[in-house]
Design a protein around this ligand. Structure first.
Ligand code: TMP
Length: 205
């Protein structure tokens, strides 16, 4: 359960990584372990659910890179206001499947809009409230490809070069801020990854 003494304020923990990294499974397990609020971007709110549908599954309307970045930021602004900040204020940990760092990687590096520009846009959207801890789950592309057994969405279909830029951006952002990021090897069984992750994360909470 989320038992927080005043000396241990609740943490806002985000998971990042490419598709098929196992982050959705690990966010669920960690949230259950901590008694945390489990949420995600895009799609953590009713508005976000509608935006997610437009962002990922719409084929009959054009959606340019800048519109995509703004819609991700709009989802995030509502998510902070409606889910993350109230949960933290009530003393609960928050575990989120993705955060602004996904926009920096996918829209900033992947779509080549610029990581700094996307960071500024999103810092405005969330009034600078970035996650306290960011977990980057890393897996080689052959493992992530095997784990992706469903049909691919609009962004997953963006191509190998796009996804290489995204992956490189995550690694660079993690290296630049080691006090915020935890890089966890996501290979092996679900239990192995969970144990590895928990032993690295526990001292940060
Ligand atoms: P998910 O399938 O991991 O929930 O993520 C949905 C897709 O949206 C995934 O391909 C990553 C992408 N995405 C962005 O491009 N920018 C963002 O800011 C976020 C949160 C996700």
């Amino acid at each position: 359960m989320a038992s927080n003494s005043p000396s241990h304020p609740p943490s806002y923990i985000a998971f990042e990584g490419g598709e098929g990294s196992g982050k959705t499974t690990q966010t669920r397990l960690l949230a259950a372990r901590l008694g945390a609020v489990l949420t995600r971007e895009p799609g953590g709110t009713p508005l976000g659910g509608r935006l997610r549908e437009l962002l990922l599954n719409t084929e009959d309307v054009a959606l340019g890179a800048r519109a995509e970045a703004l819609m991700m930021a709009a989802d995030r602004a509502q998510h902070l206001e409606e889910i993350v900040l109230p949960a933290l204020a009530s003393g609960q940990h928050v575990v989120s499947d993705r955060s602004l760092y996904s926009s920096m990687a996918y829209q900033g590096a992947g779509r080549q809009l610029g990581i700094d520009a996307i960071a500024s846009l999103n810092d405005w959207a969330i009034d600078q409230r970035r996650p306290d801890v960011v977990v980057l789950l890393t897996v080689p592309t052959d493992v992530s490809g095997e784990r992706l057994d469903r049909s691919l969405d609009r962004i997953e279909l963006a191509g190998a070069d796009f996804h290489r830029r995204v992956g490189d951006a995550f690694v660079e952002m993690a290296a630049a801020e080691p006090q915020r990021w935890l890089v966890i090897d996501g290979t092996g069984s679900i239990d192995e990854v969970e144990t590895r992750l928990w032993s690295a994360l526990k001292p940060r909470l």
